[in-house]
Design a binder for this molecule. Structure first.
Ligand code: MN
Length: 239
């Protein structure tokens, strides 16, 4: 699947998000139950609304769902998950500030690890709207499902087919633990949103690869001042 929608929404001269040029070079063969495990992550994203972006590496991109309430370890909690555009694989380790534009806010790497489909054909499962899979992260483990829901009457055409539910299957790793409350911090920096903002040199991603403000001309344009201005806006909105 192409990253056209991801790229269309972003001006890469103005955001530290990766452009995803390497994703095409890094195309994997389709995973199966017997195949290799793929990378997964959950990025806690403080944008216009706080949400958790679940991303599953598949066929050279990160399949993505925005989960407003975040994942739940309780099978009875069916968490709304809105399918969003595929993201480049390099985005999966990104933690930092998106100063402006689409998704402007702070991104925290809330969990990551390996995922494995529990179906033979991921593409067919997505078509069918029923993807069973297992996660092996720091916070999320065991068996899960993403199930597409019927569109309500009056759903706008571009939103049709985007509404899914994220459901934990009952297993050793399910239970009455409020995982987003119990484990709210980054698995990368161990910090909260404020710590990510307060970092001396926030992590930057420029056109698909990591960069430092000192070593990259475009990154240098993202001065401390730009980031602080963005941070003030973001925190004002949260307050
Ligand atoms: Mn997001």
């Amino acid at each position: 699947m192409a990253l056209d929608e991801y790229r269309r929404k972003r001006d890469f001269s103005r955001t530290p998000e990766p452009e995803g040029a390497a994703a095409r070079r890094n195309r994997r063969r389709q995973a199966t139950t017997d195949g290799p495990e793929g990378y997964f992550c959950v990025q806690k994203h403080l944008a216009s609304h706080l949400h958790y972006d679940l991303r599953l590496e598949h066929d050279g991109v990160l399949l993505s769902w925005a989960v407003p309430k975040g994942p739940s370890l309780q099978p009875a909690d069916k968490r709304m998950a809105v399918r969003t555009e595929d993201h480049p694989c390099e985005y999966g380790s990104f933690e930092g500030v998106i100063p402006e534009g689409y998704g402007a806010g702070i991104v925290m790497l809330w969990d990551h690890g390996a995922w494995k489909p529990e179906v033979d054909d991921v593409g067919a499962a997505l078509e069918r709207g029923d993807l069973k899979f297992s996660l092996d992260g720091y916070k999320l483990k065991g068996s899960w499902a993403l199930v597409r829901t019927r569109d309500r009457a009056g759903t706008a055409p571009r939103q049709r087919g985007r509404n899914w539910l994220l459901i934990k299957h009952a297993d050793f790793w399910s239970g009455p633990i409020d995982i987003t409350a119990v484990a709210p911090l980054s698995v990368k920096s161990e910090g909260d949103f404020d710590d990510i903002l307060a970092a001396d040199m926030p992590e930057l991603w420029i056109t698909g690869r990591p960069a430092t403000a000192a070593g990259n001309g475009r990154a240098a344009a993202l001065t401390r001042e730009v980031i602080e201005r963005a941070a003030r806006k973001i925190l004002a909105r949260r307050g």
